[in-house]
Design a protein around this ligand. Sequence first.
Ligand code: TRP
Length: 334
Amino acid sequence: MSESITEKKKVLSCIQPSGMLTLGNYLGALKNWLAMQEEFDCTYAVADLHAITVRQEPAKFRSQIYSTCALLLALGLDPIKSTLFVQSHIPEHSQLSWLLSCYTQFGELSRMTQFKEKSQKHADNVNVGLFSYPVLMASDILLYKPDFVPVGADQKQHLEIARDIAMRFNRVYGDVFTIPEPYIPKIGARVMSLQDPAKKMSKSDDNINSFVAILDDRDSIIRKFKRAVTDSDSVVRVSEEKAGVSNLIGIYSAVTGKTASEVEREFEGKGYGEFKLAVGEAVADELAPIKERYEKIIADKAEIERIFKEGDEKAERIARKTYFKAMKKVGFVL
Ligand code: TRP
């Protein structure tokens, strides 16, 4: 008993290796992943299986799996403190996903907002994987019995269905899965598109000026902020009618640690030109050392493989235990 009092709470999260990660991923989620390493026992995975719900070009996909790992390490993910692994390396994710799909209703998956959106966007490829995506995500989570799962607004519905599936299973078979809570980060900004502040900043946006990639070079970062959409007055102030400017203030606050009102004061009487340049420079300064570390890490693929092999082993031990327990409860002969 005394052991469980001192044990750290567990956290699990995953990120897809689809395309380059953006400033939005960094400020909205990843910065928080890093902060959580101190307080929690964290498990983080590259969700490569989820990525193939939309078509991937093999060579590019493969290199994105490496680069996502490298970037997480460059950001400061510590593979000794935390577990970093690759989802597809642990077969229990797919296996538990099948089991749980038999405890998930067609109707509840049909109501998932992301499924509805993605099946419109990729109307020529509404595959079954896209539909059952939340079940795989539930498996990612439930295998590791986390107390908390940090998720952005767009994944909240998926976490809820994971909780529903877990509770349903536990009601029938007893206490197999831990019911995870969403983790609402203390820090973390919702970063919007620089070209259309009504939309979330996204790496899959066709307009490259709408997002800043973590690995963008200094000049591109500053240029993208210069071109950011604002409005026709020239007051640096947070307001619902000033979505573009509010977004830039949010970014500047997240990077500098200044509060929104401190930022408003700093730019009082100054124009948007000066403000946008300051935001661009602050972001470039924050991202430069990350890019530098990334270049070193990505140059050594063998070291990346060594790191995720270690992570895979740690993950596998836990995943296997949970998976077998669930199978046994259902009545399979093991
Ligand atoms: N679906 C998530 C996303 O696209 C990624 C993900 C996969 C995930 N499995 C997860 C997030 C488990 C949290 C927990 O952002």
